[in-house]
Design a protein. Structure first.
Length: 465
């Protein structure tokens, strides 16, 4: 999920500026139900959906000839789903029309379709950070009744196999399911195994160990630095701080009361840690987005790196990485307040305006089933299922998989505390920009950490009033 932070904030800042028109509805105009009309799938007999083939025959008899219109983002997962589309169409007789656009346009177009009540789309690709808004406004359909209906959701779909952090953290609103996770990421550490073995070091399990190792390796060999992370002034610096902040118990906002918490001692402690840590990064770290941080590690300039799991493939790619065969991985280290890790991701949801809701659900079931999970990943999709992260063949190809799964379990710890890794707020873009500004000021030595936190506190209070 590359460029995640840049794209999230671009959505926040640009959505009011973008205009678009809805696509035509290729459906037959006849409602086939919304999945909330009781159990059963049109009276499907017992056993009619026990296998993928039997399910396909049942779906074809009920919805064959329907056309689904999709609004999706340009993304590796979308590319993989498109590769599976012809098989779905042959199996079910349902036609699929894809409309794929850049993320900065997607949300605005989906909301225009909803507010205009045009019903142009049946299936929506929804960012996890939009789910609270979409659920509250009823842009998307609740899915609990679909999931509990064994005819509409056969056992081979296996909802429980989806990683808990994704099920619990990016697809729900007010206790109900509004999306099926399709792709996601957390953050973890990559480290130079050769250097750690040479000097008899173990990967960091705690934040204290992380800092100590960064200090140890910084300058240990000619041209070597301890760590690389994103830290460019503004959004990227805020994102970098958030990578470690929750492990200290800190936060920008109290997500229950909405109060600004930049001067909370735990937030200040996290900020001090981040500033101290990056004293052991390359001197130009203050200009780093995720791309520059990644490059510094892949070219052998740093002993460690902490960023998005979605970037692991590039680290392990001999064509782009000078250290591809010297890398180990570890979850985000535990802090004074325990384990936590980032969480972001995408969902498939049913538009509340759809006239073909049951056919739309059939598409979601097929594309996101455990039955098709390996084909989806083989096609370039981003894994969201425990069984995929534990698949021996896939683990052999990407040894970061077990560590990604452990990091996602840490992300679920934060979810269970009721905390969204990115604080939900309508002025999120402004909040991140100003936090990042003062993080950079502390890194440059323009302000002490305490003064930076105090000034950020004042500005955020003005923003959030």
């Amino acid at each position: 999920m590359l460029r995640r932070w840049t794209q999230i904030v671009a959505v926040v800042l640009l959505v009011a500026m973008i205009s678009a028109c809805g696509a035509g509805n290729g459906g037959n105009g006849t409602s086939k139900g919304n999945g909330n009309e009781g159990s059963g799938n049109g009276g499907a007999p017992s056993g009619a959906t026990d296998t993928l083939e039997a399910w396909g025959e049942t779906i074809k008899s009920q919805y064959g000839g329907d056309t689904l219109n999709l609004a999706f983002a340009s993304h590796p997962s979308t590319d993989s789903f498109q590769k599976l589309t012809s098989d779905f169409e042959k199996l079910t007789g349902i036609k699929v029309k894809w409309e794929v656009m850049e993320e900065t346009y997607l949300k605005n177009k989906q909301l225009l379709d909803y507010t205009g009540k045009t019903g142009s789309y049946d299936v929506l690709m929804v960012d996890g950070f939009w789910m609270s808004e979409y659920g509250a406004k009823k842009v998307v359909e609740p899915l609990d009744a679909y999931l509990s209906d064994e005819n509409k959701t056969p056992a081979w779909f296996d909802y429980e196999d989806i990683v808990p952090a994704y099920r619990n953290g990016i697809s729900k609103y007010d206790g109900s399911v509004y999306g099926i996770p399709t792709a996601g990421e957390t953050r973890f550490i990559a480290y130079r195994k050769d250097l750690f073995e040479k000097y008899g070091k173990q990967p960091p399990a705690t934040m204290d160990e992380f800092l100590e190792l960064a200090q140890f390796f910084n300058g240990k060999e000619d041209g070597l630095y301890g760590v690389s992370m994103r830290a460019q002034r503004g959004v990227h610096a805020a994102s970098g701080l958030m990578t470690v902040m929750y492990n200290f118990g800190g936060g920008f906002l109290n997500q229950q009361s909405g109060d600004v918490t930049m001067t909370d001692p735990k937030t200040v402690e996290a900020l001090q840690f981040y500033v101290d840590l990056l004293k052991n990064a390359p001197k130009d770290v203050v200009s780093y987005t995720h791309e520059e941080a990644l490059s510094a590690f892949m070219t052998g300039r740093t002993a460690m790196w902490l960023d998005a799991t979605a970037l692991a493939k590039r680290i392990l790619d001999p064509a782009s990485s000078q250290v591809y065969d010297k890398v180990g991985f570890a979850p985000t280290p535990e802090g004074p307040e325990g384990k936590a890790s980032a969480l972001a991701g995408w969902n498939m949801s049913i538009s509340s305006q759809s006239k073909n809701k049951d056919a739309a659900w059939a598409f979601i079931v097929y594309m996101n089933s455990k039955e098709n999970a390996k084909a989806y990943v083989d096609g370039g999709g981003v894994p969201v299922r425990t069984s995929i992260y534990e698949n021996e063949e896939l683990v052999a190809a990407d040894p970061s998989y077990p560590v990604q799964l452990a990091a996602l379990n840490d992300a679920n710890v934060l979810v269970e505390k009721g905390i969204s890794w990115i604080p939900p707020h309508e002025k999120l873009g402004q909040i991140l920009d100003r936090v990042g500004y003062y993080v950079s000021a502390a890194m440059f030595g323009e302000l002490t950490v305490q003064d930076a936190a105090a000034k950020a506190q004042t500005e955020l209070e003005d923003i959030t009033q």
